[in-house]
Write a protein that binds this ligand. Sequence first.
Ligand code: TEU
Length: 584
Amino acid sequence: MPADLAHDWWKSAVVYQIYPRSFADSDGDGVGDILGIRQRLDHLERLGVDVVWLSPVYRSPMADNGYDISDYCDVDPLFGTLADLDGLIGDLHERGMKLVMDLVVNHTSSAHAWFQESRSSRDNPRRDWYWWRPARPGHRGGEPGAEPTNWGSAFSEPAWTWDPDTEEYYLHLFDAGQPELNWENPDVREAVYSMMRWWLDRGVDGFRMDVINLISKVVTDQPPGLADGEVGGADGGPIDTMRYGDPGPYVLNGPRVHEYLQEMHREVFAGRPAGLLTVGETPATSIEQARLYTDPQRGEVDMVFQFEHVDLDSGPGGKWDVVPMTVRDLKETMGRWQTGLADVGWNSLYLGNHDQPRCVSRYGDDSPEHRAASAKALATVLHLHRGTPYVYQGDELGMTNAPFASLDDLRDIESLNAHRSMLARGLTHEEAMAAILTKARDHARTPMQWDAGEHAGFTTGTPWLAVNPNHQEVNAAAQVDDPESVFCHYRQLIALRHEEPAVVHGDFTMLLPEHEQVYAFVRRLDDTEVLVLANLSSREVVDPGDLGHGWDDAELVVGTAGRTDSQGRRILGAWESGVLRRRG
Ligand code: TEU
């Protein structure tokens, strides 16, 4: 690791996200684990990524696949041991890579000792570590409608659960097994900071902070101190606002969130050597808010995951209200975020993760004819924007959504609850399944496709979630030595970011914003210009405006940049993409 690592080293880095349940299983129990990851680090080194973001491996009852943590300072036996994790940290550092852990501190598991104590009695010292409230006045606790507010959770249920022992409700914006921590309580914050320092002392290089913009709640002075949300309002997120009140205005980007993040920075990161990375997951966050979160002068986080481009196909009814999206929509939002954080802050760049369907199926064309080209075109566009790219495991192979046929094929609490909720409000099973089969998180969670063998080389046992049958064609073994493969295309893009400063620091100019098929832009730094052109459609594009005029003698650095027909018009084939560079 270069000693003089620049403070903002992560601007030229590429992060690879590993979802441990689905990456590689070393002991044949059908669930991925840490030793499995350690056995597959050559894949990451060949790809050229700089950082691994590891989704949770902590002790957990797995109500939400690890995003419900019962012990922050231990590894769940399903994934291995602390020693295994120390080994992974060592292996990555030896290879010049870093490890970023998932920090899930907006909520804990209900099995966490803190919550067990908190729910044990109303006057337990940890009672105020969570959000407990009495039943709505005039209502008997436990009865429908008695919840302190009408809020819905992201998993399509009431956001409050009654505790018959202490006769109060506790708040959870996700599953009932994920009670919200009360960050108003300074002891809660200090407990979190000391846990973070413990991991940094162990060699971890930073944190991806789960729903970090939910930690400050708007507490009103009228009982129960929290207000009802609007039902039927446009949420766009996973909350089923057709049935429940939208908690958004009371929990998103709350009044003390910046104060808490600045305190965290002072208490955890200040004074530590450069070389750490912090990225906040911030659903429903505006550019204005993102500038505050990522302005280095403010000492909060290095970058955030914003959700606008992954909510483009969500209608007024939220995530499950699936609506079409266009290339123009994608350009409009990506372009605005490029401009919005051009002078302050920094963007994270992603099209997929463990919560989103596969990007090639959602934004591309996963038919056998176009899958590889569209996977490359999406990567070309994403990786050349100004920001830090994130590769979700399998996207570097062009992995697609899975052919789930029925609810039995799914495992994710979010989809299973959403199905029940949609039926409860009168949708048919077919209507509910149509939405779920489009947006299900399990699409991203099918096992990694290492080879064409049984279970794609992921496990010698029975995978916890079925392997995508297209692993016969789509797998790492078939791609790593194929210069025309999606894998090698990703490797070229990552290498370009490492060697071309204009890709890291160059300004961004969108071209042809109104074009229905073409996504093109220029990056400029000093005397270097980089032109990125991509046809994000399955139809050929003829003469996309004066795109590329004057670039005839430019250097083609990645992909292809179309052909010129007899009339001198540039033709871009279906899903064709390329990067041109010129100097002076
Ligand atoms: O996700 C938060 C979040 O925004 C998701 O609920 C997202 O909106 C939804 O899944 C899109 O369908 C984080 C984690 O990434 C997710 O895996 C967890 O389930 C959630 O927090 C609770 O920890």
